[in-house]
Design a protein around this ligand. Structure first.
Ligand SMILES: [Zn+2]
Length: 577
């Protein structure tokens, strides 16, 4: 008899709680026994009525740690309220450092659960998956890849348990779930550029240290009544030329087939019906299915800018918890399998993405434009999308958690042919300069760039170089606050000429592995760069030049060197170094 089946059929809530308490003690006692039963997740222990608390996750991981499995444990950092954010690295042989991981020459897959605290299935699926993969007696993906699991990323949000009807209005249980934001009420999945939350800073440090080849972010949907167990998205920003297109065209379609054939579950591109959420201008289509947003404030879009594969996973919020967990479990399992099969090509993709910018400024052929603004494509494909009919009940009762009063699901699904808006196209491309130069006073900008893993140098002399300055024509501040900001958008024109920089200026070469990210963050017209998040607001003036300048040819800066700077010019970074 499984522990899960013990709780099944118990008549009253208090009886269930009593059983759960006993079972909880039993699993807690695993530590005291030598070779023991594997731990079970809170949903498994409660017949999927409850999700794991932070303490449950810690206890589960502690139990795994006693079992001599090929796992290593750590913390990516602390939350706002000081909780350690645990991670597990699973691989055979076990590795505990990025250096050891690199020596194995395998793809590294980073899977994160619970970025939105109320979206609980990723956390519980990931715990179960780590347990099952590491306990499996036969060889499996852990012999071919390295899995880094971060099950409870937004630990503070997870702990703000309240009724699902308040914290997750569109979700079918469990009864108690956490909240979307972190303890600062920041949405962590809008924080990847500005990195204000300690959680984001911790995850950026993990990305920089481990340099995962694949990033997977686990969520549950908010909206439409569709017919899919799970919906997914690649990195949508057109600047994600390496990971984005490969994921969209070569990875996700295979996962879709495998989910259908091996798990009998339909999955599809993430989106909402236009009748639920109008993502496209009204003139384009009356009915359709549209994805969300290309900006890298969202984790999977951001990770694509780093030149890697990124996958958003959205379990269907109207499915009951057990099905959401098993769908997520199956989908992540299939991702790991496919990455294991494609080990070589995925690692090659990462290496090419990191190497390509290194030639920027040296070889005209190597230059690749970076898309800094985008829009949803206006010419969608037409596909069948499965829709569920809802009907009115005639009274104001709630038929099921997450379904509006007076409405009920019918279980009647139909495939409707409609335009599908699943991709973005660039509306503004920028050619990478050799470098961006930042004034000495903009240390907050430099701190942020370094958090992203970007290499920033400093000149200790005055110097000049041919370059471009952006003259600001208009400064457009968003009408409403968003995440504590009034987002800023600039328009203007570029002027080419000799630029002179004071001693102490910061130099950000684009010839580094994260060169695309450098361009995206520092271009003044970028739709989600540092201008957007108010890093330059204090000194923006209409008609004046923007603080950050472009240098077109860093290697020839000596030609324009001012006499005073000659003695220390060797300390300036050179593209030949
Ligand atoms: Zn979410």
């Amino acid at each position: 008899m499984t522990l899960g089946s013990l709780t099944r059929g118990r008549p009253s809530g208090s009886a269930i709680l009593a059983v759960v308490a006993i079972l909880g003690c039993t699993t807690g006692g695993v530590r005291g026994r030598s070779a023991s039963e594997p731990p079970r997740t809170r949903p498994e222990l409660t017949d999927y009525r409850e999700t794991s608390s932070y303490a449950d996750v810690r206890k589960f991981l502690d139990s795994l740690e006693t079992l001599s499995l090929p796992l290593s444990f750590g913390s990516i950092g602390r939350t706002t309220e000081g909780r350690e954010i645990p991670y597990v690295v699973a691989s055979r042989p076990a590795v505990s450092t990025p250096e050891a991981a690199k020596r194995l020459q395998r793809p590294i897959v980073y899977v994160q659960g619970n970025i939105h605290g109320g979206e609980v299935e990723g956390k519980d699926a990931l715990l179960a998956l780590v347990r099952d993969l590491s306990l499996a007696p036969r060889p499996n993906v852990l012999d071919s890849i390295i899995l880094i699991a971060v099950p409870i990323y937004n630990a503070d949000g997870n702990e703000r348990f309240a009724s699902q009807s308040r914290n997750r209005t569109h979700q079918n249980g469990p009864e108690l779930v956490g909240v979307r934001g972190n303890a600062q009420s920041l949405d962590l999945n809008r924080d990847y550029i500005k990195a204000e939350a300690p959680e984001t800073r911790a995850s950026l440090a993990m990305f920089n240290a481990w340099d995962p080849d694949v990033f997977v972010d686990l969520h549950a949907t908010n909206g439409s009544y569709h017919g899919y167990a799970l919906t997914y998205s690649p990195s949508l920003t057109p600047a994600a030329v390496f990971g984005g297109l490969y994921t969209r065209d070569s990875v996700l379609p295979v996962l879709r087939d495998r989910m259908r054939v091996r798990h009998a579950r339909e999955v599809f591109d993430y989106g909402n019906f236009l009748t639920d959420e109008r993502a496209v201008p009204a003139s384009t289509a009356a009915e359709g299915w549209a994805t969300y947003d290309a900006r890298p404030r969202f984790g999977t879009n951001y990770y694509g800018l780093r030149g890697r594969v990124a996958i958003l996973s959205e379990a269907y919020s109207h499915d009951p918890l057990e099905r959401r967990i098993t769908s997520t479990y199956a989908f992540v399992g299939e991702i790991l399998s496919l990455v294991a099969e494609r080990s070589e090509s995925i690692r090659t993709l990462s290496m090419r993405a990191s190497a390509q910018p290194l030639a920027w400024g040296r070889s005209p052929d190597s230059l690749q434009v970076v898309a800094v603004r985008s829009e949803l494509v206006a010419t969608p494909t037409t596909l069948d999308v499965i829709r569920e009919e809802l009907e009115n009940t005639g009274d104001s009762s709630i038929t099921e958690p997450g379904v509006p009063r007076g409405r009920r699901r019918t279980g009647r699904f139909s495939a409707v042919r409609m335009p599908v808006f699943d991709r973005f196209t660039s509306t503004m491309d920028r050619i990478p300069p050799a470098a961006y130069v930042i004034p000495p006073s903009d240390t907050a900008v430099v701190t942020l760039l370094r958090r992203h893993g970007i290499v920033v140098d400093r000149s200790d002399t005055t110097w000049s170089a041919r370059g471009e300055a952006f003259v600001v024509d208009s400064i457009i501040a968003a009408a409403r606050q968003f995440q504590g900001h009034r987002e800023t958008r600039l328009q203007g024109r570029w002027e080419r000429g000799l630029q002179t920089f004071p001693a102490g200026s910061f130099i950000v070469s684009t010839a580094q592995p994260l060169g695309t990210l450098v361009v995206y963050l520092l271009e003044p017209e970028s739709e989600d760069g540092l201008v957007t998040w108010n890093f330059f607001d204090a000194r923006l003036r209409k008609g004046e030049r923007f603080a950050v300048r472009k240098v077109l040819d860093l290697s020839r800066r000596g030609r324009f060197r001012l006499p005073r700077s000659s003695t220390t010019s060797h300390q300036l970074p050179s593209r030949q170094e």
